[in-house]
Ligand binder design. Structure first.
Ligand SMILES: O=C(O)c1ccccc1NCC(=O)[C@H](O)[C@H](O)COP(=O)(O)O
Length: 221
């Protein structure tokens, strides 16, 4: 299974995530107002640092214009893109058509009170060329991304049953709640986990010890 931690802003955090056993590290690009937002130069620098440490960099974005995303993917040689907003299937199609061969595209599906906001679009995302979905929570006020709110295991497995792609599970995952997701973890399309809040230390940066505790708790032994 894959383990992703999201929102690195320094090479030191990336080194810490590598030590914590991460496969993927999220780098924010075009997340307006986000505390971990990076310039295109920083994105390229941190993507290189991640590759050096054997961790695959993931461009995490709210952007819905393919051209700047494709330019950033090419400039930073990023192998993964995570479309974390409510981007339509046409954005996935454009990235698949015009992106580098082998680019991995993760489309986030947002769940609120057990209902998926993109429920009517999942087949279109699949046809457009997404590689996987990432299931994440929506806060009561509509906020998305790093909400630290957990999903309901039954809602997750029901959504996974209705879709045809592997999925990363997110939403308030921490070292102590793997058992609450027994259905998701056992699902044949379970691909791995994505966490942000639980991996952060007191100063707000990603923390090696906290991230390692998440990895240890979730990775099968
Ligand atoms: O992490 C954020 O603050 C964020 C902001 C805007 C877009 C995406 C963002 N994070 C994306 C992630 O992949 C997080 O890991 C995911 O939302 C889970 O976060 P958490 O519930 O805090 O573990």
């Amino acid at each position: 299974m894959l383990v992703k931690f999201c929102g690195a802003t320094t090479a030191a955090e990336i080194g810490d995530m590598a030590e914590a056993g991460a496969d993927l590290v999220g780098l924010w690009y075009r997340v307006p107002g986000g505390p971990a937002e990076l310039s295109s130069g920083q994105l390229a620098e941190l993507a290189a640092a991640a590759r050096e440490r054997g961790v695959a960099p993931v461009l995490v974005t709210f952007a819905a214009e393919p051209a700047p995303l494709l330019a950033a993917v090419a400039a930073a040689s990023v192998p993964w893109v995570q479309l974390h907003g409510y981007q339509p299937p046409s954005v996935v199609r454009a990235l698949r058509r015009d992106g580098p061969p082998g680019l991995k595209i993760a489309k986030v599906l947002h769940l609120k009170d057990g209902a998926c906001a993109e429920r009517g679009l999942t087949a279109a995302y699949e046809r457009a060329g997404a590689d996987c979905f990432l299931y994440d929570a929506v806060a009561p006020d509509g906020r998305i991304g790093s909400t630290a709110r957990t999903l309901d295991d039954a809602a997750v497995t029901a959504l996974a049953d209705r879709t045809g792609l592997p999925f990363l599970l997110a939403g308030g995952l921490h070292a102590g709640n793997r058992e609450a997701f027994a259905g998701a973890v056992a699902h044949p399309r379970f691909l791995g986990i994505d966490a942000d809040s639980a991996a952060r230390g007191a100063g707000g940066l990603l923390d090696a010890g906290r991230a390692a505790a998440v990895t240890r708790a979730w990775r099968p032994r």
